[in-house]
Design a protein around this ligand. Structure first.
Ligand SMILES: Cc1cc2nc3c(=O)[nH]c(=O)nc-3n(C[C@H](O)[C@H](O)[C@H](O)COP(=O)(O)O)c2cc1C
Length: 366
């Protein structure tokens, strides 16, 4: 089913960018979990557009209105339904750019029109909009709090924008403090000097009516060894399914990822040892904490590649879907010149939902 995902946890994301509201219904969430809604709001605020030239000028309050599944500060276990009102739609921009018939190169206008026979809401990208990541952040914020009570922390940062690279998390010894330090930042990078250069890249692209892409690195620490299953129900499978649900993601690596193809076995193997507390660890972490789809107790590390924002002000060739003729398009309206800074908590959310989903199989979950 299109926007429904179902395993131990299931959820359905609904709404359109310029409709009255968007939201999510989650089922099979563990009952009796205390959730701090202020913290949920803080998580969601990290996805909101930045108040500078690196983001869209669209301003949304993103107030989650909980309709069910939450009572006296705790999850009930029955469907958790949340509604987020859309309040700052400028649908006229879409008509100015003739986006009801001209399809934006790089966006889902063309494929969406084919899939839904032209009946889909195209305003603001409709159901394909990055706005639909707000409900995913709600779900991820709830899942993260449940995991944090069990000591599992998830953090992410902007690893690359265009050609500028941030430092990386320590894939072997990343700590809760490392994760929290980045989480508090307006522009979530480890190295702020590199962050300044990244911002300049984004502003430069915007100045040329263009856009840039980049990479988000995400890490999860203290995941117990033995979570996940082989073949089609592994941690990699689930994380990939959820991360590829985020619009504009075009690639995903676990651990050393594509670079592992260049290594020798002797370089890529993570050699085991037992530490003084009797814990089994590895000296390196090229596997990204996953072997055979199952966690090995080391940090789980992923890198998600985001393409440059499709909607750009530059003139490009396209087609008119109604008349089937060649046309030119210059996309007006408020768009993110780079989606990566706002996508950081969304990647964390996908990781949190995936891990909570598999943790529910864990005999000691409670
Ligand atoms: C947080 C976020 C914000 C986004 N903002 C925009 C935007 O302002 N303009 C745009 O054209 N695409 C934006 N996108 C990307 C499009 O939604 C996406 O490229 C489009 O739906 C096509 O899907 P695909 O790139 O996954 O194939 C955003 C994506 C995310 C994750």
């Amino acid at each position: 089913m299109a926007s429904t995902w179902s395993d131990n946890i299931s959820f359905s994301v609904f709404g359109e960018s310029h409709g009255p509201a968007i939201g999510i219904v989650m089922d099979n969430m563990p009952p009796g979990e205390s959730i701090d809604m202020d913290k949920v709001m803080q998580f969601m605020a990290r996805r909101a557009p930045k108040k500078d030239a690196t983001s869209t000028q669209r301003r949304e309050k993103d107030l989650p209105q909980i309709l069910s599944g939450f009572l006296n500060g705790k999850t009930t276990g029955t469907p958790l339904c949340v509604l987020i009102q859309n309040t700052d739609q400028h649908s006229a921009d879409y008509m100015k750019s003739k986006l009801d018939t001209l399809v934006r190169p790089g966006h889902a206008d063309y494929t969406g029109a084919l899939r839904y026979r032209g009946f889909n809401d195209v305003r603001g990208g409709g159901h394909f909009s990055g706005r639909l990541t707000a409900p995913i952040c709600f779900a991820g914020a709830v899942a993260s709090q449940i995991l944090e009570k069990r000591g599992i922390y998830i953090g992410a940062h902007i690893a690359e924008i265009h050609k500028v690279k941030d430092d990386s998390f320590d894939s072997v010894a990343c700590t809760r403090e490392d994760i929290l330090a980045v989480r508090e930042k307006q522009f979530p990078v480890i190295n702020d000097e590199k962050g300044k250069r990244m911002k300049r890249e984004i502003e430069k692209a915007r100045g040329f009516m263009d856009s840039v892409g980049g990479v988000v690195e995400c890490v999860a620490i203290n995941v117990p060894a033995g979570i996940g299953s082989p073949m089609f129900d592994g941690l990699e499978n689930t994380i990939a399914q959820l991360v590829f649900g985020i619009p504009a993601v075009k690639g995903l690596e676990f651990g050393a990822g594509f670079n592992s193809a260049k290594l020798l076995g002797s370089e890529n193997n993570d050699e085991f040892y037992v530490d003084e507390r009797g814990h089994v660890l590895t000296h390196s972490n090229f596997a990204g904490g996953i072997l055979g789809g199952i966690s090995n107790g080391m940090p789980i590390t992923i890198r998600a590649a985001f393409k440059p924002t499709p909607s750009i002000g530059r003139e490009q060739s396209t087609i008119d879907m109604r008349d089937l003729k060649n046309e030119k398009i210059e996309v007006q309206g408020r768009h993110d010149p780079c989606v990566v800074p706002r996508a950081v908590p969304v990647v964390e959310a996908a990781m949190a939902i995936a891990l909570l989903n598999h943790m529910l199989d864990y005999p000691n979950f409670r």
